[in-house]
Design a protein around this ligand. Structure first.
Ligand code: FAD
Ligand code: SF4
Length: 420
């Protein structure tokens, strides 16, 4: 029998199921105990050290910690189904009542003479910026947008996450001596490499929404929008209304945000239409539930076939009805049932069928190796590129429909490397 390696901290982490399940390994029992004692600022600090954005996460985290919670297995007097402790929402409690926290913020160490550039001001870059600034690095964060926060600011609808929470928590990071060059999109990696940074961290997210390719799509393009672009336009106030009859294509959390936003912008008949079955949808169960509570039906096993229009004005979409068939290895195929196609009339279509990473600004001759799918080749653990001082997060490879915390563990590793 092999001896247990107790030199590996993971051995101890696994003892606390929820803490192990949290991608940032937040010490859950510790902060909940502090909340129980009314020490909200201390509880917030425990979170801030671990996951950087406790107020954001307390409202939006995908909360993988909760299915791991032991109370979910042992609570017997908790209705029909035992429920976990509300770990995520308790984080929000600490964030909302943390008076005196600002005075507890640590001060950055003395300058160590090293310069680091972060591309993007989303949670990934800001996590790196926070950790490195505290260690005395001179960190410069570039973002094409005016305000920091990345997709958390431009994609997560305001009814789920107030902007004041984003301002406050990104502010804690940017006020740690970090230089924020807003409105400055990096257009050339070669140029950035020439600016004398000791290390470059690329956290530019997954900015491209996948397109719908069916007949009629481009003829009716005025009424068909890529979900993430549409959500950003809603967030910036460029879009303030929507057609009365809306079809949202896709079964992930982006689709849920699109349909619930469409409802709030005046959509009266909003439907989510999904290729897969209800159980296989990628959206979190509570997101599906919230959409359904708002009277939004979810139609499963409908595959988009064509878009109908009259002189460019969208009139509806046709779907083929399919069913799931599994082979011996459990691989799923969607095959037509033979039923008649279904036509759904609509005025607007929102396409939320996935996202793609894009790095158009990294020249292929900059020295960073890319694979045949156009993604940078990265060290499996450190996410270091083939240029040793350039680190990248490939958002979709790490966690396709992610929540925030996975970045933080990755970031920690990258920070250690940058710092070494
Ligand atoms: C609709 C939707 C809803 C979501 N809901 C949730 C949720 O409820 N909970 C949750 O935890 N997660 C949610 N997410 C996921 C979460 O937003 C992302 O996982 C997270 O924002 C990724 O962080 P990031 O820092 O890698 O990239 P991003 O947040 O995408 O930030 C990248 C930043 O880089 C900037 N940038 C890009 N290219 C350049 C360049 N060349 N030069 C300068 N700047 C550049 C961009 O302007 C952007 O600000 C959601 C995502 C979407 C699309
Ligand atoms: S960050 Fe998310 S996964 Fe981690 S403990 Fe908090 S709610 Fe759970």
């Amino acid at each position: 029998m092999q001896a247990t390696n107790i030199a590996n901290p993971a051995y101890f982490h696994k003892v606390v199921d929820c803490q192990w399940a949290c991608p940032a390994h937040t010490p859950v029992p510790e902060y909940i105990r502090l909340i129980g004692q009314g020490k909200y600022a201390d509880a917030y600090m425990i979170n801030w050290v671990s996951n950087v954005f406790p107020g954001v996460l307390g409202r939006t985290c995908d909360r993988p910690c909760e299915p791991a919670c032991r109370r979910g297995r042992v609570e017997e007097n908790n209705g029909e189904k035992p429920e976990p402790v509300a770990i995520c929402r308790l984080k929000r409690v600490a964030a909302d009542h943390k008076e005196g926290f600002a005075a507890m913020l640590p001060q950055p160490a003395a300058a160590n003479g090293k310069k680091v550039a972060c591309v993007g001001a989303g949670p990934a870059s800001l996590s790196v910026a926070r950790d490195l600034a505290l260690q005395g690095y001179a960190v410069t964060v570039f973002d094409g947008e005016q305000k920091a926060g990345g997709f958390v600011r431009t994609q997560i609808p305001r009814f789920r996450l107030p902007e004041s929470v984003i301002d406050e928590e990104t502010g804690y990071v940017l006020n740690m001596g970090v230089t924020f060059k807003n409105g400055q999109r990096i257009e050339s990696m070669k140029n950035l490499l020439g600016q004398g940074y000791d290390a470059i961290f690329v956290g530019c997210g997954a900015p491209r929404g996948r397109e719908l390719e069916v007949p009629g799509r481009w003829e009716a393009k005025e009424h068909i929008h890529v979900g993430i672009d549409w959500l950003a336009s809603v967030s910036f106030g460029h879009i303030t209304s929507v057609g009365e009859r809306v079809i949202v294509l896709g079964g992930g959390n982006t689709a849920m945000d699109c349909c619930r936003s469409a409802r709030r912008l005046g959509g009266k008949d909003v439907k989510v239409v999904v290729r897969s079955g209800f159980e296989e949808m990628k959206a979190s169960p509570w997101e599906k539930e919230d959409a359904q509570h708002e009277g939004i039906p979810i139609l499963n096993f409908h595959v988009p076939k064509s878009v109908s229009h009259e002189g460019g004005k969208l009139t509806g979409m046709t779907f083929e009805i399919v069913k799931a068939v599994y082979d011996d290895k459990g691989k799923r195929s969607l095959i037509p049932t033979g039923e008649a196609d279904v036509f759904i009339p609509c005025d607007t279509v929102l396409v939320a069928i996935g996202q793609e990473n894009a790095f158009p600004w990294i020249e292929r001759e900059a020295g960073i190796e890319f694979d045949k799918w156009g993604l940078p080749v990265l060290h499996a653990e450190s996410f270091q590129s083939s240029l040793p001082n350039v680190f990248l997060v490939v958002t979709l490879l790490l966690a396709p429909r992610t929540s925030l915390p996975p970045w933080h563990m990755v970031m920690r590793r990258q920070c250690r490397l940058i710092a070494s």
